[in-house]
Design a protein around this ligand. Sequence first.
Ligand SMILES: [Zn+2]
Length: 174
Amino acid sequence: MTLSHDVSSSEANEALILYQGEIVKFGRSPHNFGELAGANVQAHGDSPICGDHMTLYLDFRAATIMAAQFTSSACCAVCKASASMMTDMLKHKSLIEVHLLRRAFLRTIEHGDALPLDRTLLGPLTVFERLRHIPSRVECAMLPWTTLETALAQPLMTEPPAEPRGRPVGRSPQ
Ligand SMILES: [Zn+2]
């Protein structure tokens, strides 16, 4: 009996292309790297398996992400590439668009093959479908997206609008 599920050389090549192309490029010179001045949302993410750490900064106004940047003290090339492309794509996206993008990314990672509609949404992020050949790095690619989910669940850091005034009732006498 022979094994019918050996990794073919074309699959191995595909995985190699991922590493030699976008992953290496963004690993060396990530996009949107550094603290974001004026960010009003910030979230931290860790991936214990790989040891990746990252912080995501968003400038979030009128239910739209105006700008997104990240920093990392330890983030592998796969994580940096995913964070670079994600922060590129988040700019000027509404919450609904972000939700659709995130869903398309998760679906692509899960299935290992992007649906035609998802390819349109994902653009360069479609490259991560090749992680089906490198399942051990899925968590690295996912970290920016789970950090994004954490960020969007947090309250804004900017000062909330002033409390309504004219509530002198209950002031305790001196
Ligand atoms: Zn990693």
